[in-house]
Every structure is written in C-alpha cells, then in structure tokens.
Ligand binder design. Structure first.
Ligand SMILES: Nc1ncnc2c1ncn2[C@@H]1O[C@H](COP(=O)(O)OP(=O)(O)OP(=O)(O)O)[C@@H](O)[C@H]1O
Length: 653
C-alpha cells in the first residue's frame, strides 16, 4: 500500500475501533435459511472459453466494481429487511441454494451441452465406422481404405474439438457461478453485525476467509462435475447403450447387470465420503483460522518466547488435519476401484462375445462395434461416479459457505430509512443503556449527552469503562437496549447506515476505515496532508505519495500514522469525527505536530475524542468521565482539581 492509498483508501476491512476483549457473554446469532429465488445474469464475468483457460482462476480484482446493482438485486443482495424471513428449522438443501447461481450461467451451460451433443454425435458415427473398417482391412482396396480412414480421422477430430468446447464452456459456467457465490457470501458477511466479528457468531475470521477462498473453489469443482455429468454423460450413455442394444440385446442385458451393483456400492461410499469430507473441511479450516490468528500476532509470540508453544498447537491441528485428509484420500482412491468392476464386467462380455462370434451367429464387425460402445458406456458411468463423489465432497463446502449468509441481523435498516444529505453535527445520546449479552452487566446505564454542532468533547475514563462502546452506539454497530441517539435531531435508527457512517468519521492510531470508490482528488489529498502536518514526512518518503508503507502503514512511526489518520479524516470530510487517541508515547516534536493537527481538525467539526493525553483533554470544550456506565461532566473548576487526579489515576498520560 502506498502512502497515498493509505491516505485515501481502506487499510483495514472493519471498524477502526479497538477489538473488545470480553466476548463470552455474547449470544450466538439466530440463523435463518437462505431464501434465494432464481435470477438471471446477463453479464457473465468470463466471456469465452479461451479467456476461462487463460485467466488466473481467482485473480485479485475489485469486487464491488464487477458486480452491478442489478446483479446484486438479482442475487438478492438488496436491503436486509427483504431477505430476513424464514426459520432455522428448515433443512438445508445444498442444491436449491446453488441453483440460482448455476441458472445464471445458462449461456455457457447451453453452449457446453451443445458441444457435448456434437461430441456424442461424432462418437456414434465413429463407433460403427471403426467396426466396419477394422473388419474390412485386407478385404477392400487402398483408396477406399484411405477415404474411410480420412472420414474416421475427421470424425475423431470433430469429437476432440467438441469435447474441448464442452469442458471449456462448462468450466466457464462453473467458475462464474462460484465467483457469484463468493461475492454474494462476502457481501452477506460484511452485512453481519459487529458482534459476529467480535466472537458472537462463533466463526473465526480465519475460518470465514477459508470458506470464501478454498471452499468456494471446491464449489466450482462440484458445479463443474454436475454440469459435465447431467447432460453430456446422459447423452453418451444413451447413445452408446442404444447402439449396444441394437447389436446384441442379450449382451447388453448382461453388461447392464453390472451397473446397479456398482451404483449401490458407489452410493454407499459416497455417503461415507460426505462425512469424511466434512470432517476434513473442519480440520483444515481450523488450521487456517489458527494461522490467521497467530501470524498477525507474531510480535507477541516472539516477545513472549512462545514459538515452542505455538509450534505444538500447530502440530496438534496439522495432525488432526492429516488423519482426516488421509481417510478422505483413501476413500477417494477406493471408489474408482469399485468402478473398475465395470471393466471386469466388460471383460466377461468380451469372453461371451468371442464365444458367440466363434459359433458364427455374430459377425466380427458387430463385435468390434459392441466392444467399442461398451468402452464408451463405461466412461460416462465412471463420470457419474466421479460427479457423485464431487457432489458429496462439495455438499459440506456449500453448506458451510451458505451458513455464513443465513442470519438475522440485530442492527437492521428500516425500508424507509432516510439518507442524510448534510449534517451540521449535533449529537444527542438520550438515556442510553446497553449490555453485550443478555446476562452480562450494563456497560452503559441511562447515559445522556448532548454534543453541539462544532463542539469538541473529550471522554476520559478507566479501561473497560464503556468509551468505545459508546462510540459503537453512535456508529450503529450495536443498537442500544434503551434510549436513542439523535444526529441533527434525527433518530439514527431511521437513517440509512451508509449515510450515518458517511457523516461520522473515525480516527484511530490504526487508521479508520473508509472506502473511497471515487477518483482521488490529489489537490484535496495534499491540502489534507498539509493541514495534518503529514506533508513534510510524506515528501521525504522515497516515492512521496506513491511510497509503499507496508500493511496498515507498518513502516511508519506512531506519530506519522496518527497524522496520516488525521489527514484521511480531513480528506473524507465527515461532519462528526471520533478520535480514539493513541496511548503510545510520542517524542515532543511529534507530539506537537499531532496536537496541531488535532487542533485544526477540531475547527468546523464536531469531535468526540477518547482522550488519553492531558493536552487533548485541555483542548476539548467539555470533558466527561465515563465510569461504570455513567457519565459525569468534569466542569472547568472540577477539571482543575482533577488535573492531577486524572494523571495520577492513569486516566490520561
Ligand atoms: N464485543 C464485546 N462483547 C462482550 N463484552 C464486551 C465487548 N466489547 C466490550 N465489552 C465489555 O464492555 C465493557 C466496556 O468496554 P469498552 O471497550 O467500551 O471500554 P473502554 O472504556 O473503551 O476501554 P479501553 O479504554 O480499555 O479501550 C468492558 O467490560 C468490555 O469487557
């Protein structure tokens, strides 16, 4: 990420607020089934088979720019309220949830199936011609032999091309469908309320990441296997079986007897495979979740000499994954052996066939045709077996993926919610009470606070006093138990979430998140950087605004990050700003530069600052102490006497 991107682009995919530590009392969210209706997509992302094959399967792309509002509508990614009906007791049907996504790809699917029809037609011409040619070798002249050979080669080539088209189009459909599923699931995940990410949903972010990446890829394999089986295999099977029936009904009957036995065995093993696959998915996602948790915390691992302990944890998880994966692989290796039984069946038919030929009632040409048809009958049967396996393996992935979308959010937007056009910045907290879980204590208890437009208010209080929670309420990341919050006298529960969060900007040391999809206004960027005292150090970076400053600005100092965060807030120009002041100590020059930047920020903005420095406290117009869910104003006289107590109690540094 460059300094410029850092200034105007998202740096962190969630609120910038620090993660709360206590989450044990959160209630798991009520899940509801996913109510999808069929929809139609007219703009597939991948347009041609060649593009499908050449394009990296899951390249990094701007997700939001690729999905149009109409597509979202069809995918039912509309306002939450329309999608939140249903109840949890409905059984999950993997096929019905992926059906709309598959149907959306009807064009490549139909093209793929059309190719498979051509492939089968070529094959059904090829088989008798092959039989005739093989039995007439030595009996016909060279020219006829050459011509027949050319026809045979032409048919063979036609089959090859048609088969390529079949696979390419069907892969295109499968990958597009899985891409749509991925986007849909990700959008739904982002819609989830904060409690889900803070532990309330009982799904770790590593697990979510695994489902959206690896398991969505598994879904593509499953969809492809299904599409490649339903029509192509059925076509080939029926064409070859009817040819066999015409040649010899008796032999066809004998060969058909092998199929049900094999199908029964495959069905039984498929059910077992589904269970094993589910276990394997759980173990690998646990491993992925662990890595997602431990790698970002590598500093703490090293600082605490915890490498040994972490290796032991990793080994335990990797071992669990090893054994489930081994069982799955063994089972997958076993199933094709069952299919081989079909070949034994074919062999026995060959023997019977040879006897019939030798008795003179079955000519050699028919025999070759029969055996060739039989070989091509075995192929689709094998494919059906493979597709069944893929489906059984894919079912848990589909279930786990769509499980993320089945929820009823507690923070919902009313259908008639208003879009606040302009906000002057008047904020009222009216009798706010809140607790995280039903049985946990009140974090905010009947709290009242009126911040006038353009005013700066500082919040101080002991750790765990509820300061961050209050801010979460203002951003509507949680709804209060009682009371309401008014912005410009408008209850925020009646305001569109996007609109509210556009007008309330957050600034934290780890940089607030705000996605700016519009073009970057370089002049505005430079002005914001100057006001925030950030232009000087950005100018000294090797490539100025284009310098790569590492993930989350890791190559910047604490003070630089703070000034850049302030510059971002200035650029975004929200009327109400929340400043969660960094606790890390800065040298006196950095301190001065940050303070100047904060001072400039306070002009023309309503600022609610969680203050950790005495200087910031003194900059605020009013100061409130938040302790035990209650708010107490520290009046100037009180503040004077509190100055020393604020520092001595560690409320400010
Ligand atoms: N997601 C959560 N689930 C459950 N409890 C939570 C959650 N977030 C915060 N809490 C609890 O709510 C209380 C208030 O936390 P909050 O983060 O608002 O305090 P704070 O005043 O901002 O603290 P600090 O100054 O240390 O950041 C704490 O007891 C905390 O453990």
């Amino acid at each position: 990420m460059t300094a410029l991107q850092f200034l105007v682009k998202p740096s962190r995919p969630s609120s910038s607020l620090p993660s709360p530590l206590h989450m044990k009392n959160l209630q798991p969210q009520k899940r509801i089934p996913f109510p999808l209706k069929p929809f139609k997509l007219t703009n597939p992302t991948l347009k041609s088979p060649s593009k499908t094959l050449l394009q990296p399967l899951y390249s990094t792309f701007s997700l939001l720019s690729l999905i149009t509002p109409q597509q979202k509508q069809r995918l039912q990614i509309g306002p939450r309220t329309q999608r939140q009906q249903g109840n949890t007791s409905d059984p999950f049907d993997p096929l019905s949830v992926i059906k709309p996504f598959i149907f959306s790809q009807y064009k490549p699917i139909l093209l793929g199936w059309l190719c498979s029809l051509f492939s089968v037609l070529s094959l059904s011409q090829l088989v008798p011609k092959f039989g005739q040619l093989s039995s007439s070798i030595g009996k016909i002249d060279g020219i006829t032999l050459r011509n027949d050979g050319l026809v045979l080669a032409g048919l063979f080539l036609a089959k090859l091309i048609a088969t390529y088209g079949q696979h390419a189009f069907l892969w295109e459909a499968a990958l597009n469908a899985s891409y749509k599923i991925r986007v849909f699931v990700f959008e739904r995940v982002l819609e989830r309320e904060l409690a889900f990410f803070e532990g309330g949903g009982a799904v770790s972010s590593g697990d979510v990441a695994y489902r959206i990446t690896a398991e969505a890829a598994d879904v593509a394999d499953t969809v492809y296997a299904l599409l490649n089986t339903i029509v192509p295999s059925a076509l080939q099977l029926s064409a070859m079986a009817s040819r066999m029936l015409v040649i010899s009904p008796v032999l066809s009957l004998i060969s058909a007897m092998v199929i049900p036995c094999t199908a029964l065995a495959i069905a039984y093993l498929g059910t077992r495979l589904r269970k094993v696959s589910k276990k394997a998915k759980l173990s690998i996602s646990a491993l992925s979740a662990y890595l997602n948790e431990v790698l970002p915390a590598i500093l703490f691992v090293k600082a605490n000499n915890a490498e040994f302990c972490e290796v032991a944890r990793f080994e335990r998880l990797a071992n669990a994954d090893l054994s489930t994966l081994l069982t799955k692989r063994k089972m997958k290796a076993f199933i094709p052996q069952i299919v081989q039984i079909i070949y034994f069946g074919a062999l026995s038919i060959l023997c019977v066939g040879s006897m019939v030929v030798s008795s003179g009632c079955f000519d050699g040409c028919s025999m070759v045709s029969f055996i060739t048809s039989l070989i091509f009958v075995v192929e689709p049967i094998q494919d059906v077996g493979k597709a069944y396996n893929e489906w059984k393996q894919g079912e848990p992935a589909i279930e786990r993926l769509f499980d993320l979308t089945r929820f009823k959010s507690k923070v919902t937007e009313k259908p008639d919610a208003v879009d606040l056009d302009h906000v002057s910045g008047d904020v009222k907290f009216c009798d706010i009470s809140f607790r995280y879980g039903e049985n946990s204590p009140l974090v905010l208890n009947g709290l009242n606070l009126h911040i006038k437009a353009g005013e700066t208010v500082a919040l101080v209080g002991p750790s765990g006093g509820g300061k961050t929670t209050l801010i979460k309420m203002l951003l509507r990341l949680y709804d209060p138990l009682n009371g309401c919050i008014l912005v410009d006298n408008q209850n925020i529960q009646n305001v569109q979430l996007e609109s509210l969060r556009r007008h309330v900007g957050t600034i934290a040391e780890n940089i607030g998140y705000r996605d700016i999809m519009n073009k970057i206004d370089m002049e505005k960027v430079e002005l914001a950087a100057q006001t925030a005292n950030a232009d000087e150090f950005i100018g000294k970076l090797p490539k100025g605004y284009q310098t790569n400053i590492g993930p989350r600005g890791s190559s910047l100092s604490g003070g630089q990050k703070q000034r850049l965060a302030i510059a971002r807030a200035l650029y975004q120009d929200s009327s109400i700003l929340i400043l969660d002041e960094a606790t890390s100590a800065l040298d006196s020059r950095s301190e001065l530069l940050v303070r100047q930047a904060v001072q400039r920020l306070m002009e023309n903005h309503t600022v609610l600052v969680i203050a950790h420095r005495l200087e910031t406290v003194l900059m605020a117009k009013r100061v409130f102490l938040l302790d035990d869910g209650k708010l107490q104003e520290l009046t100037p006289s009180l503040l004077g006497s509190h100055n020393s107590s604020l520092t001595s109690t560690g409320l400010v540094i």
